[in-house]
Design a protein around this ligand. Structure first.
Ligand SMILES: Cc1cc2nc3c(=O)[nH]c(=O)nc-3n(C[C@H](O)[C@H](O)[C@H](O)COP(=O)(O)OP(=O)(O)OC[C@H]3O[C@@H](n4cnc5c(N)ncnc54)[C@H](O)[C@@H]3O)c2cc1C
Length: 422
């Protein structure tokens, strides 16, 4: 496999998660030569809740995965539970599909990568990007570490343009001056798999009243996403900032939450494959582009601050990045330094600004305890919350909730000391 990797390409994409594979697929479809490099070989696991919002479903359909998705579980919306209430909140539909899904990342990511390769991208598996080579403000090559005949060797791939999609930690970000601002709310979450008699349930479930060992309400939430294969994805997540770090042990909490849900969800046996991660959110990342490079997906902080979902943003930012690369392919003076953050601000700036402001409030001790019961008493309020929290408001939506959300976003943006992506 390593011998067929070209020494140079138009577009080099680092990371074959949803963002990188989507970027590679679209760029190849737009006629560009693409190499898609990943440190891992596929299929590979990725710490995730595996939930696909209608927005993610929409982008997967655009990629041509509609028939495959039809064979996957389909969920109708969110079952929100807590504070003595259980509400069934259907996905709102409108300009987006009215259903979601959940597919283990081991399978999903391999499938999206397959689409990229079918579209013409060339894989570079087992290629770990460790540094870049620059000439006059441009990245002209990426240096990789790979294993050859049991030895670690370095390889270089030269490129005209570089797309960095190497996830939340973004190793390559260190070489390119990327900065993650943890004074803005970020996610802290862990997940595992477990057998369940209810793996065919048609609703993804979130427990907004997460209780600790002493029955105290914790700031955070638990989730159970049915996978329709005899298993569910079970996890817990919370929000944190530098000022208010998350004071929880995710593994212990996931075990406790599993114990609390065991009977109701007919959970059977032990937790499998527990893992956890931190998540940059709401565009709280600076220096996400340079003259001929751009960061996308988690590497650019494109995760919804209110529910930790980022597969949809990964797919979307991959798509939009490829469009920009195609549009500027024949312009030697094109400079992505401001073009790319500008485009991300247009797409997500207002929604991220207001969402991360609310996320910051959720880290305040006692906030959930005080406002959780109020919210859960009103199905209409929670329906609105699901829609805005799930990023299910599109530019085409003209109803009162959409208008209010956009206005609040614009107002919030004006108050931001450091707006998203700056
Ligand atoms: C516990 C948890 C639960 C979550 N639940 C959900 C959910 O239910 N729904 C949802 O939409 N989102 C969820 N998310 C967020 C979601 O996982 C991410 O937003 C999404 O994976 C982002 O995709 P990406 O392509 O940007 O990055 P990734 O999926 O992280 O892909 C990055 C890729 O880059 C590769 N890579 C890394 N470093 C290098 C390197 N140096 N060289 C080459 N390759 C490299 C990695 O191997 C990987 O394949 C969750 C996150 C966590 C932590």
């Amino acid at each position: 496999m390593t011998t067929s990797v070209p020494a140079e390409t138009d577009v080099l994409v680092i990371g074959a998660g949803p963002a990188g594979s989507a970027a590679a697929a679209w760029a190849a479809r737009f006629g560009l030569d693409v190499v898609l490099a990943d440190t891992k070989t596929f299929p590979r696991d990725k710490t995730c809740g595996d939930g696909l919002t209608p927005r993610a479903v929409h982008e997967l359909q655009n990629l041509g995965l509609g028939d495959w998705l039809a064979t996957q579980p389909r969920n109708l919306g969110l079952r929100a539970a807590g504070f003595k209430q259980t509400l069934l909140l259907p996905w709102p539909g409108g300009t987006l599909p009215n259903y979601g899904s959940a597919v283990p990342r081991m399978e999903l990511d391999a499938k999206i990568r397959e689409v990229a390769l079918d579209s013409g991208a060339i894989p570079a598996d087992g290629y770990r990007a460790v540094d870049v080579v620059k000439e006059n403000d441009r990245v002209v090559a990426v240096i990789f570490e790979i294993r050859e005949d049991g030895k670690r060797v370095t390889k270089e791939i030269r490129c005209k343009r570089l797309v960095v999609a190497d996830g939340a930690k973004s190793q390559l970000g260190r070489s390119l001056g990327r900065e993650w601002h943890k004074d803005t709310a970020y996610g802290v979450a862990g997940r595992a798999y477990i057998d369940s008699g209810r793996s065919n349930d048609k609703w993804i479930s979130s427990h907004l009243e997460l209780r600790g060992e002493k029955n105290e309400v914790l700031s955070g939430y638990g989730w159970i996403f049915p996978l329709a294969d005899g298993e569910v994805n079970i996890g817990v997540g919370t929000l944190a900032t530098n000022k208010r770090p998350a004071d929880i042990n995710l593994r212990t909490l996931t075990e406790l939450y599993t114990k609390q849900q065991r009977e109701l969800w007919e959970l059977d046996g032990e937790l499998k494959n527990f893992s956890s991660a931190l998540l940059p959110m709401g565009g709280a990342v600076s220096n996400i582009a340079g003259k001929n490079w751009m960061f996308i997906g988690d590497a650019a902080g494109c995760v919804n601050p209110l529910n930790g979902e980022g597969i949809d943003y990964g797919l979307e930012t991959g798509h939009i990045a490829a469009e920009m690369l195609a549009d500027t392919a024949n312009n030697p003076n094109a400079d992505l330094t401001h073009l790319w953050p500008g485009e991300l601000s247009v797409q997500y700036g207002t929604a991220f600004s207001i969402a991360r402001r609310i996320a910051g409030l959720l880290t305040v001790p006692g906030f959930i305890n005080t406002f959780g019961p109020v919210g859960m008493r009103s199905k209409s309020l929670m329906t609105i919350a699901l829609r805005v929290m799930g990023n299910l408001v599109t530019e085409e939506d003209k109803d009162a909730t959409a208008k209010l959300w956009r206005t609040a976003g614009k107002f919030s943006l004006k108050l931001d000391n450091r707006p998203p992506f700056s």
